[in-house]
Design a protein around this ligand. Structure first.
Ligand code: ADP
Length: 175
């Protein structure tokens, strides 16, 4: 049963996989709110590298230092998930001006779906403002160095998954 006096912020995303830009927003969020719930959702427009269970497990490992952060997966609308954990704050990271446009539309849509909901944005740190899971997956596919952007455990998992995918494609892949 959620504690109604707690200020809970919910950070939703695909987290495929979680990177240091995400972790920066989550760790800053957990100093601003009593609790941060990370919601791992589906993205129908993306083909996932990691299953929901794998994405949750990777996140759980890297948020372990933050006792007021928990991780859950969800299906469906983010606003429903936010409600289901007894929260009314969505925490989002903003990277670039192009993010602004998308995030602006999404927060207005969410506000229309649930007028009690507020979205709070934190600016991405400069060193992560160009980092996205999509880009990191691409770098991993071509064997690039990911250490500046991923916690070591996530880097190991992503490199392993990129290799598996390369093996599956077999001789069709040329680097
Ligand atoms: P989505 O599946 O909606 O693309 P992500 O999993 O990429 O979401 O991101 C989840 C949350 O983390 C979003 O609020 C997003 O704006 C934020 N985020 C993503 N990348 C970064 C970054 N490099 N720095 C700060 N915040 C980020």
């Amino acid at each position: 049963m959620p504690n109604l006096n707690q200020r809970i912020a919910v950070c939703t995303g695909t987290f495929d996989p979680v990177h240091l830009g995400h972790l920066d927003i989550i760790s800053r969020g957990c100093t601003l709110f009593d609790a941060v719930v990370v919601g791992v959702g589906p993205n129908p427009e993306k083909q996932h590298f990691f299953t929901a269970a794998e994405r949750v497990a990777l996140l759980e490992e890297v948020v372990r230092p933050y006792p007021n952060v928990s991780v859950q997966s969800f299906e469906g609308l983010a606003v429903q998930f936010v409600r289901s954990v007894g929260a009314r704050i969505m925490l989002r990271g903003l990277r670039t001006l192009s993010d602004m446009e998308y995030e602006f539309s999404m927060s207005l849509m969410n506000l229309t779906l649930d007028p009690r909901l507020e979205t709070i944005f934190l600016m991405a740190k400069e060193e992560y403002s160009h980092v996205s899971s999509t880009l990191l997956r691409q770098v991993a596919e071509f064997g690039g160095d990911l250490s500046k952007f991923l916690p070591p455990s996530v880097q190991a998992a992503l490199v392993r998954r990129a290799h598996e995918r390369r093996d599956q494609r077999g001789s069709g892949f040329r680097s």
